[in-house]
Design a protein around this ligand. Structure first.
Ligand code: GUN
Ligand code: FE
Length: 452
Protein backbone atom coordinates (compact mmCIF):
# COMPACT_ATOMS: atom_id res chain seq x y z
CA UNK A 1 0.00 0.00 0.00
CA UNK A 2 1.38 3.39 -0.96
CA UNK A 3 1.66 5.97 1.81
CA UNK A 4 -0.18 8.67 -0.10
CA UNK A 5 -2.79 9.04 -2.81
CA UNK A 6 -2.62 12.16 -4.96
CA UNK A 7 -5.51 13.48 -7.08
CA UNK A 8 -4.92 16.01 -9.82
CA UNK A 9 -7.80 17.79 -11.53
CA UNK A 10 -10.94 19.79 -10.75
CA UNK A 11 -12.41 19.82 -7.24
CA UNK A 12 -15.63 21.53 -6.17
CA UNK A 13 -16.61 22.03 -2.53
CA UNK A 14 -18.45 24.46 -0.26
CA UNK A 15 -16.71 26.81 2.11
CA UNK A 16 -20.00 28.19 3.42
CA UNK A 17 -23.65 28.43 2.39
CA UNK A 18 -22.82 31.17 -0.10
CA UNK A 19 -19.27 30.24 -1.11
CA UNK A 20 -18.80 27.47 -3.63
CA UNK A 21 -15.11 26.95 -4.20
CA UNK A 22 -14.12 25.67 -7.65
CA UNK A 23 -10.54 24.50 -7.78
CA UNK A 24 -8.98 24.02 -11.20
CA UNK A 25 -5.71 22.18 -11.72
CA UNK A 26 -5.97 21.18 -8.10
CA UNK A 27 -3.81 18.75 -6.16
CA UNK A 28 -5.22 16.83 -3.21
CA UNK A 29 -2.84 14.70 -1.17
CA UNK A 30 -4.38 11.98 0.99
CA UNK A 31 -2.64 10.13 3.79
CA UNK A 32 -3.51 6.61 2.75
CA UNK A 33 -3.34 5.03 6.20
CA UNK A 34 -5.40 7.66 7.99
CA UNK A 35 -7.64 8.50 5.02
CA UNK A 36 -7.24 12.22 5.70
CA UNK A 37 -6.40 15.21 3.53
CA UNK A 38 -2.85 16.45 4.11
CA UNK A 39 -2.54 18.99 1.32
CA UNK A 40 -4.75 20.99 -1.03
CA UNK A 41 -3.38 23.27 -3.70
CA UNK A 42 -4.96 25.09 -6.64
CA UNK A 43 -3.69 26.27 -10.05
CA UNK A 44 -0.93 23.71 -10.34
CA UNK A 45 0.03 24.16 -13.99
CA UNK A 46 2.86 21.69 -13.99
CA UNK A 47 1.90 18.55 -12.09
CA UNK A 48 5.19 16.76 -12.83
CA UNK A 49 7.03 19.70 -11.34
CA UNK A 50 4.76 19.56 -8.27
CA UNK A 51 5.62 15.87 -7.79
CA UNK A 52 9.30 16.59 -8.28
CA UNK A 53 9.31 19.34 -5.68
CA UNK A 54 7.25 17.31 -3.18
CA UNK A 55 9.14 14.05 -3.37
CA UNK A 56 8.28 12.92 0.15
CA UNK A 57 4.70 12.58 -1.08
CA UNK A 58 5.32 11.91 -4.74
CA UNK A 59 7.76 9.05 -4.36
CA UNK A 60 5.43 6.70 -2.54
CA UNK A 61 2.09 7.86 -3.83
CA UNK A 62 -0.57 6.41 -6.04
CA UNK A 63 -1.45 9.09 -8.59
CA UNK A 64 -4.92 9.70 -10.03
CA UNK A 65 -5.38 12.27 -12.78
CA UNK A 66 -8.97 13.28 -13.38
CA UNK A 67 -10.20 13.70 -16.94
CA UNK A 68 -11.63 16.95 -18.35
CA UNK A 69 -15.24 15.88 -17.74
CA UNK A 70 -14.50 14.70 -14.22
CA UNK A 71 -14.34 16.38 -10.83
CA UNK A 72 -14.31 15.56 -7.14
CA UNK A 73 -17.01 16.75 -4.74
CA UNK A 74 -17.44 15.90 -1.04
CA UNK A 75 -19.55 12.82 -0.29
CA UNK A 76 -23.23 13.40 0.39
CA UNK A 77 -24.52 13.52 3.98
CA UNK A 78 -28.06 12.23 4.48
CA UNK A 79 -29.21 13.53 7.85
CA UNK A 80 -32.38 11.43 8.09
CA UNK A 81 -33.38 8.02 6.70
CA UNK A 82 -35.24 4.93 7.96
CA UNK A 83 -33.31 1.80 6.99
CA UNK A 84 -36.18 -0.72 7.41
CA UNK A 85 -38.60 1.40 5.40
CA UNK A 86 -36.56 0.80 2.25
CA UNK A 87 -38.66 -2.40 2.10
CA UNK A 88 -41.56 -0.39 0.71
CA UNK A 89 -39.82 2.67 -0.76
CA UNK A 90 -41.71 3.90 -3.79
CA UNK A 91 -45.02 2.46 -2.64
CA UNK A 92 -47.71 3.32 -0.11
CA UNK A 93 -47.71 7.05 -0.74
CA UNK A 94 -51.47 7.54 -0.60
CA UNK A 95 -51.88 8.50 3.05
CA UNK A 96 -50.74 11.24 5.37
CA UNK A 97 -48.38 10.74 8.28
CA UNK A 98 -50.33 9.15 11.15
CA UNK A 99 -52.42 6.84 8.93
CA UNK A 100 -49.32 5.99 6.88
CA UNK A 101 -47.44 4.97 10.04
CA UNK A 102 -50.28 2.64 11.11
CA UNK A 103 -50.86 1.18 7.65
CA UNK A 104 -47.37 0.74 6.20
CA UNK A 105 -44.62 1.60 8.64
CA UNK A 106 -45.42 -0.24 11.84
CA UNK A 107 -46.28 -3.59 10.16
CA UNK A 108 -43.08 -3.38 8.09
CA UNK A 109 -40.84 -2.42 11.00
CA UNK A 110 -42.26 -5.08 13.32
CA UNK A 111 -40.91 -7.75 10.92
CA UNK A 112 -37.39 -6.59 11.82
CA UNK A 113 -37.61 -8.62 15.01
CA UNK A 114 -36.27 -11.37 12.73
CA UNK A 115 -32.55 -10.59 12.55
CA UNK A 116 -31.96 -12.51 9.31
CA UNK A 117 -34.74 -10.62 7.58
CA UNK A 118 -33.27 -7.39 8.97
CA UNK A 119 -29.76 -8.22 7.79
CA UNK A 120 -30.94 -8.91 4.24
CA UNK A 121 -32.88 -5.66 4.04
CA UNK A 122 -30.16 -3.61 5.70
CA UNK A 123 -27.47 -4.85 3.36
CA UNK A 124 -29.59 -3.89 0.34
CA UNK A 125 -30.43 -0.43 1.60
CA UNK A 126 -26.91 0.47 2.71
CA UNK A 127 -25.50 -0.74 -0.63
CA UNK A 128 -28.02 1.38 -2.51
CA UNK A 129 -27.30 4.52 -0.48
CA UNK A 130 -23.55 4.14 -0.94
CA UNK A 131 -23.96 3.53 -4.67
CA UNK A 132 -25.88 6.81 -4.83
CA UNK A 133 -23.03 8.69 -3.18
CA UNK A 134 -24.22 8.91 0.42
CA UNK A 135 -20.98 8.59 2.33
CA UNK A 136 -22.54 9.53 5.68
CA UNK A 137 -26.06 8.68 6.79
CA UNK A 138 -28.08 9.12 9.95
CA UNK A 139 -30.26 6.03 10.22
CA UNK A 140 -33.36 5.16 12.18
CA UNK A 141 -33.53 1.37 12.63
CA UNK A 142 -36.35 -0.28 14.63
CA UNK A 143 -37.05 -1.03 18.31
CA UNK A 144 -35.23 -4.40 18.06
CA UNK A 145 -31.77 -4.17 19.56
CA UNK A 146 -30.32 -7.32 17.98
CA UNK A 147 -31.35 -6.20 14.51
CA UNK A 148 -29.92 -2.75 15.19
CA UNK A 149 -26.59 -4.41 15.94
CA UNK A 150 -26.76 -6.21 12.58
CA UNK A 151 -27.19 -2.87 10.86
CA UNK A 152 -24.08 -1.59 12.62
CA UNK A 153 -22.11 -4.69 11.55
CA UNK A 154 -23.23 -4.23 7.93
CA UNK A 155 -22.23 -0.56 7.99
CA UNK A 156 -18.79 -1.55 9.22
CA UNK A 157 -18.47 -4.15 6.47
CA UNK A 158 -19.67 -1.86 3.68
CA UNK A 159 -17.74 1.17 4.92
CA UNK A 160 -20.38 3.89 5.19
CA UNK A 161 -19.90 6.52 7.90
CA UNK A 162 -23.12 6.42 9.90
CA UNK A 163 -25.17 7.36 12.91
CA UNK A 164 -27.55 4.59 13.96
CA UNK A 165 -30.50 4.84 16.28
CA UNK A 166 -32.40 2.09 18.02
CA UNK A 167 -35.94 3.46 17.85
CA UNK A 168 -37.84 4.00 21.12
CA UNK A 169 -41.61 3.71 21.45
CA UNK A 170 -43.52 2.75 24.59
CA UNK A 171 -46.97 4.27 23.98
CA UNK A 172 -49.52 5.06 21.26
CA UNK A 173 -48.22 2.24 19.11
CA UNK A 174 -49.84 -1.08 18.09
CA UNK A 175 -49.45 -3.95 20.56
CA UNK A 176 -47.37 -5.90 18.02
CA UNK A 177 -44.79 -3.09 17.80
CA UNK A 178 -44.23 -1.47 21.19
CA UNK A 179 -41.77 -1.82 24.08
CA UNK A 180 -42.02 -1.67 27.83
CA UNK A 181 -40.42 1.51 29.14
CA UNK A 182 -37.75 -0.30 31.15
CA UNK A 183 -36.85 -2.59 28.25
CA UNK A 184 -36.57 0.35 25.92
CA UNK A 185 -34.13 2.13 28.23
CA UNK A 186 -32.10 -1.01 28.93
CA UNK A 187 -31.84 -1.97 25.25
CA UNK A 188 -30.87 1.55 24.25
CA UNK A 189 -28.02 1.57 26.74
CA UNK A 190 -26.88 -1.88 25.60
CA UNK A 191 -26.92 -0.68 22.01
CA UNK A 192 -24.85 2.41 22.81
CA UNK A 193 -22.30 0.24 24.59
CA UNK A 194 -22.19 -2.22 21.68
CA UNK A 195 -21.41 0.53 19.17
CA UNK A 196 -19.03 2.48 21.37
CA UNK A 197 -16.98 -0.64 22.07
CA UNK A 198 -16.03 -0.81 18.41
CA UNK A 199 -13.48 1.31 16.63
CA UNK A 200 -15.13 2.50 13.49
CA UNK A 201 -17.16 5.05 11.64
CA UNK A 202 -20.49 4.25 13.30
CA UNK A 203 -21.92 6.37 16.12
CA UNK A 204 -24.96 5.47 18.23
CA UNK A 205 -27.71 8.07 18.34
CA UNK A 206 -30.58 8.30 20.82
CA UNK A 207 -33.75 7.97 18.71
CA UNK A 208 -37.15 8.55 20.30
CA UNK A 209 -39.39 7.97 17.26
CA UNK A 210 -41.36 11.11 18.12
CA UNK A 211 -43.02 12.46 21.25
CA UNK A 212 -46.34 10.72 20.48
CA UNK A 213 -44.87 7.24 20.91
CA UNK A 214 -42.76 8.03 23.99
CA UNK A 215 -43.88 8.49 27.57
CA UNK A 216 -42.50 11.31 29.68
CA UNK A 217 -40.60 8.76 31.72
CA UNK A 218 -38.95 7.33 28.60
CA UNK A 219 -38.11 10.74 27.15
CA UNK A 220 -36.45 11.80 30.42
CA UNK A 221 -34.45 8.60 30.60
CA UNK A 222 -33.28 9.02 27.00
CA UNK A 223 -32.12 12.55 27.75
CA UNK A 224 -30.10 11.20 30.67
CA UNK A 225 -28.56 8.46 28.53
CA UNK A 226 -27.58 10.99 25.86
CA UNK A 227 -25.88 13.06 28.53
CA UNK A 228 -24.13 10.14 30.23
CA UNK A 229 -22.73 8.69 27.00
CA UNK A 230 -22.33 12.05 25.24
CA UNK A 231 -24.21 10.82 22.18
CA UNK A 232 -26.36 12.67 19.64
CA UNK A 233 -30.16 12.70 19.64
CA UNK A 234 -32.46 12.55 16.61
CA UNK A 235 -36.22 12.63 16.27
CA UNK A 236 -39.13 14.05 14.26
CA UNK A 237 -40.57 17.50 14.93
CA UNK A 238 -43.52 19.52 13.62
CA UNK A 239 -43.99 17.42 10.50
CA UNK A 240 -47.78 17.33 10.14
CA UNK A 241 -50.71 19.32 11.59
CA UNK A 242 -52.48 16.27 13.09
CA UNK A 243 -49.22 15.08 14.62
CA UNK A 244 -48.69 18.48 16.22
CA UNK A 245 -52.15 18.71 17.76
CA UNK A 246 -51.98 15.11 19.04
CA UNK A 247 -48.58 15.82 20.60
CA UNK A 248 -49.78 18.99 22.30
CA UNK A 249 -52.83 17.13 23.67
CA UNK A 250 -50.53 14.50 25.19
CA UNK A 251 -48.02 16.92 26.74
CA UNK A 252 -50.25 19.67 28.10
CA UNK A 253 -47.59 21.07 30.44
CA UNK A 254 -45.31 22.02 27.55
CA UNK A 255 -45.70 25.31 25.72
CA UNK A 256 -45.50 23.77 22.25
CA UNK A 257 -44.21 20.67 20.43
CA UNK A 258 -40.58 21.83 20.38
CA UNK A 259 -40.75 22.52 24.11
CA UNK A 260 -41.86 18.94 24.75
CA UNK A 261 -38.39 17.76 23.74
CA UNK A 262 -36.74 20.61 25.61
CA UNK A 263 -38.72 19.89 28.77
CA UNK A 264 -37.33 16.35 28.70
CA UNK A 265 -33.69 17.38 28.22
CA UNK A 266 -33.58 16.32 24.58
CA UNK A 267 -32.55 19.58 22.93
CA UNK A 268 -28.76 19.76 23.09
CA UNK A 269 -26.03 20.90 20.71
CA UNK A 270 -25.82 17.26 19.61
CA UNK A 271 -29.55 17.05 18.74
CA UNK A 272 -31.11 17.29 15.30
CA UNK A 273 -34.74 17.16 14.27
CA UNK A 274 -36.31 16.02 11.01
CA UNK A 275 -38.91 18.06 9.09
CA UNK A 276 -39.65 21.18 11.22
CA UNK A 277 -42.26 22.14 8.62
CA UNK A 278 -44.82 23.89 10.82
CA UNK A 279 -42.83 25.93 13.34
CA UNK A 280 -43.65 29.17 15.13
CA UNK A 281 -40.91 31.77 15.36
CA UNK A 282 -40.57 30.92 19.07
CA UNK A 283 -39.94 27.29 18.22
CA UNK A 284 -37.29 28.13 15.64
CA UNK A 285 -35.64 30.46 18.15
CA UNK A 286 -35.62 27.69 20.74
CA UNK A 287 -33.78 25.40 18.31
CA UNK A 288 -31.29 28.16 17.54
CA UNK A 289 -30.70 28.86 21.24
CA UNK A 290 -30.12 25.19 21.98
CA UNK A 291 -27.88 24.76 18.88
CA UNK A 292 -30.17 22.02 17.51
CA UNK A 293 -29.80 20.99 13.86
CA UNK A 294 -32.58 20.62 11.31
CA UNK A 295 -32.95 17.90 8.69
CA UNK A 296 -34.97 19.17 5.73
CA UNK A 297 -36.81 16.24 4.13
CA UNK A 298 -38.51 17.75 1.10
CA UNK A 299 -39.45 14.60 -0.83
CA UNK A 300 -41.16 13.19 2.26
CA UNK A 301 -42.88 16.49 3.01
CA UNK A 302 -44.41 16.41 -0.48
CA UNK A 303 -45.09 12.67 -0.62
CA UNK A 304 -46.93 12.51 2.71
CA UNK A 305 -48.33 15.99 1.91
CA UNK A 306 -47.05 17.15 5.28
CA UNK A 307 -46.34 20.67 4.10
CA UNK A 308 -43.55 22.80 2.69
CA UNK A 309 -40.64 23.74 4.90
CA UNK A 310 -39.51 27.29 4.24
CA UNK A 311 -35.76 26.82 4.45
CA UNK A 312 -35.01 30.45 3.53
CA UNK A 313 -37.08 31.61 6.50
CA UNK A 314 -35.06 29.32 8.79
CA UNK A 315 -31.74 30.53 7.40
CA UNK A 316 -32.72 34.18 7.61
CA UNK A 317 -33.89 33.73 11.20
CA UNK A 318 -30.43 32.44 12.11
CA UNK A 319 -30.54 28.66 11.80
CA UNK A 320 -26.99 27.69 10.87
CA UNK A 321 -27.22 23.92 11.27
CA UNK A 322 -29.39 22.70 8.44
CA UNK A 323 -28.93 19.70 6.15
CA UNK A 324 -30.96 17.52 3.82
CA UNK A 325 -32.57 14.15 4.48
CA UNK A 326 -34.14 11.61 2.15
CA UNK A 327 -36.43 10.33 4.94
CA UNK A 328 -36.71 7.02 3.11
CA UNK A 329 -39.44 5.87 2.88
CA UNK A 330 -41.65 8.88 3.64
CA UNK A 331 -39.44 10.09 0.82
CA UNK A 332 -39.40 7.54 -1.97
CA UNK A 333 -35.85 8.10 -3.29
CA UNK A 334 -32.73 6.67 -1.64
CA UNK A 335 -30.59 9.39 -3.16
CA UNK A 336 -29.29 12.76 -2.06
CA UNK A 337 -29.41 13.94 -5.66
CA UNK A 338 -33.15 13.59 -5.30
CA UNK A 339 -33.04 15.36 -1.92
CA UNK A 340 -31.33 18.26 -3.68
CA UNK A 341 -33.94 18.31 -6.46
CA UNK A 342 -36.89 17.98 -4.06
CA UNK A 343 -35.47 20.78 -1.92
CA UNK A 344 -35.11 22.87 -5.06
CA UNK A 345 -38.80 22.37 -5.89
CA UNK A 346 -39.85 23.02 -2.29
CA UNK A 347 -37.94 26.27 -2.35
CA UNK A 348 -39.42 27.26 -5.73
CA UNK A 349 -42.87 26.50 -4.30
CA UNK A 350 -42.13 28.92 -1.45
CA UNK A 351 -41.10 31.48 -4.05
CA UNK A 352 -44.37 31.01 -5.97
CA UNK A 353 -46.43 31.24 -2.79
CA UNK A 354 -44.57 34.36 -1.67
CA UNK A 355 -45.35 35.99 -5.01
CA UNK A 356 -48.96 34.86 -5.50
CA UNK A 357 -50.17 34.80 -1.92
CA UNK A 358 -48.12 37.55 -0.31
CA UNK A 359 -47.19 39.74 -3.27
CA UNK A 360 -43.53 39.37 -2.34
CA UNK A 361 -41.33 39.36 -5.42
CA UNK A 362 -38.04 39.37 -3.52
CA UNK A 363 -38.11 35.87 -2.05
CA UNK A 364 -34.81 34.15 -2.89
CA UNK A 365 -35.12 30.45 -3.63
CA UNK A 366 -32.23 28.14 -2.82
CA UNK A 367 -29.49 28.27 -5.45
CA UNK A 368 -27.68 25.16 -6.73
CA UNK A 369 -24.58 26.22 -4.78
CA UNK A 370 -26.62 26.47 -1.58
CA UNK A 371 -28.21 23.10 -2.24
CA UNK A 372 -24.81 21.47 -2.70
CA UNK A 373 -23.68 23.07 0.57
CA UNK A 374 -26.75 21.72 2.41
CA UNK A 375 -26.18 18.21 0.99
CA UNK A 376 -22.54 18.13 2.17
CA UNK A 377 -21.21 20.71 4.63
CA UNK A 378 -24.66 21.57 6.00
CA UNK A 379 -25.32 17.94 6.82
CA UNK A 380 -21.89 17.60 8.38
CA UNK A 381 -22.70 20.52 10.71
CA UNK A 382 -26.08 19.01 11.63
CA UNK A 383 -24.32 15.82 12.71
CA UNK A 384 -21.55 17.67 14.56
CA UNK A 385 -19.03 16.41 12.01
CA UNK A 386 -17.98 19.81 10.63
CA UNK A 387 -14.37 19.26 11.70
CA UNK A 388 -14.31 15.78 10.14
CA UNK A 389 -16.12 15.87 6.78
CA UNK A 390 -18.18 18.13 4.50
CA UNK A 391 -15.48 19.69 2.32
CA UNK A 392 -11.84 19.28 1.31
CA UNK A 393 -10.23 21.29 4.08
CA UNK A 394 -6.81 19.98 5.11
CA UNK A 395 -7.09 17.71 8.15
CA UNK A 396 -10.53 16.36 7.28
CA UNK A 397 -11.31 12.81 6.22
CA UNK A 398 -11.35 12.19 2.48
CA UNK A 399 -15.06 11.38 1.99
CA UNK A 400 -15.56 12.14 -1.68
CA UNK A 401 -17.28 11.40 -4.97
CA UNK A 402 -15.34 11.16 -8.21
CA UNK A 403 -17.91 12.44 -10.68
CA UNK A 404 -17.57 11.48 -14.34
CA UNK A 405 -19.97 13.17 -16.74
CA UNK A 406 -18.98 11.05 -19.68
CA UNK A 407 -21.63 8.41 -20.23
CA UNK A 408 -24.49 7.94 -17.84
CA UNK A 409 -27.47 10.22 -17.85
CA UNK A 410 -25.76 13.56 -18.55
CA UNK A 411 -24.99 14.93 -22.00
CA UNK A 412 -22.32 17.57 -22.28
CA UNK A 413 -23.08 19.63 -25.33
CA UNK A 414 -19.79 21.51 -25.44
CA UNK A 415 -18.67 24.77 -23.89
CA UNK A 416 -20.07 24.22 -20.40
CA UNK A 417 -18.27 25.98 -17.55
CA UNK A 418 -17.30 23.92 -14.52
CA UNK A 419 -20.23 25.43 -12.63
CA UNK A 420 -22.60 24.34 -15.40
CA UNK A 421 -21.13 20.85 -15.31
CA UNK A 422 -21.73 20.69 -11.57
CA UNK A 423 -25.31 21.84 -12.08
CA UNK A 424 -25.87 19.27 -14.82
CA UNK A 425 -24.67 16.60 -12.41
CA UNK A 426 -26.93 17.85 -9.61
CA UNK A 427 -30.02 18.00 -11.81
CA UNK A 428 -29.46 15.29 -14.46
CA UNK A 429 -26.81 13.04 -12.94
CA UNK A 430 -27.20 9.64 -11.32
CA UNK A 431 -25.17 6.89 -9.70
CA UNK A 432 -23.86 6.08 -13.18
CA UNK A 433 -21.84 9.29 -12.96
CA UNK A 434 -20.11 8.24 -9.74
CA UNK A 435 -16.92 6.57 -10.87
CA UNK A 436 -15.63 6.16 -7.32
CA UNK A 437 -17.15 6.69 -3.87
CA UNK A 438 -14.69 7.19 -1.00
CA UNK A 439 -15.09 7.18 2.78
CA UNK A 440 -12.08 7.97 4.96
CA UNK A 441 -9.85 7.64 1.92
CA UNK A 442 -11.08 4.18 1.06
CA UNK A 443 -12.98 3.39 -2.13
CA UNK A 444 -16.24 1.74 -1.07
CA UNK A 445 -18.23 1.83 -4.34
CA UNK A 446 -18.39 3.31 -7.80
CA UNK A 447 -19.74 2.83 -11.29
CA UNK A 448 -16.23 2.14 -12.59
CA UNK A 449 -16.14 -1.63 -12.67
CA UNK A 450 -12.42 -1.71 -13.50
CA UNK A 451 -10.13 -2.46 -10.64
CA UNK A 452 -8.89 0.59 -8.87
N1 GUN B 1 -42.82 10.40 12.54
C1 GUN B 1 -42.73 9.33 13.37
N2 GUN B 1 -42.27 8.26 12.73
C2 GUN B 1 -42.05 8.64 11.46
C3 GUN B 1 -41.54 7.97 10.32
O1 GUN B 1 -41.20 6.78 10.34
N3 GUN B 1 -41.45 8.71 9.19
C4 GUN B 1 -41.78 10.01 9.14
N4 GUN B 1 -41.67 10.67 8.01
N5 GUN B 1 -42.28 10.66 10.19
C5 GUN B 1 -42.39 9.98 11.35
FE1 FE C 1 -38.50 10.19 9.26
Amino acid sequence: MSDYVIYYGTFVHSLSLSELDIISQGVLVIDNKKGTIVHLERNVNDFEDFLFSHQSWGENAKIHKLGPEQFLIPGFVDTHAHAPQYMFAGSGMDLQLLEWLDTYVFPCESDFKDTDHAARAYEAVVRRFIKNGTTTCSWFATIHVESCKRLVDILHQLGQRAYVGKVNMDQNAPDYYIEKTEDSIRDTEAFIQYVQAQQGLVTPVITPRFAITCSSKLLNALGELADRYQVPIQSHLCENPDEISFTCSLFKDSKDYTSVYDDHGLLTERSYMAHCVHMTDDEIDLLIRKRVGISHCANSNFSLHSGICDVRRMLERGVDKLGLGTDVAGGFQPSMLDAIRSSFFASKTCKILARDRDGNKDYAPLSPAELLYLATMGGARVLGLEETIGNFQVGKAFDALWVDLEGGSVDLMGGETILQKVQKFLFNGSSENLKHVYVQGKRIAGADKDSY
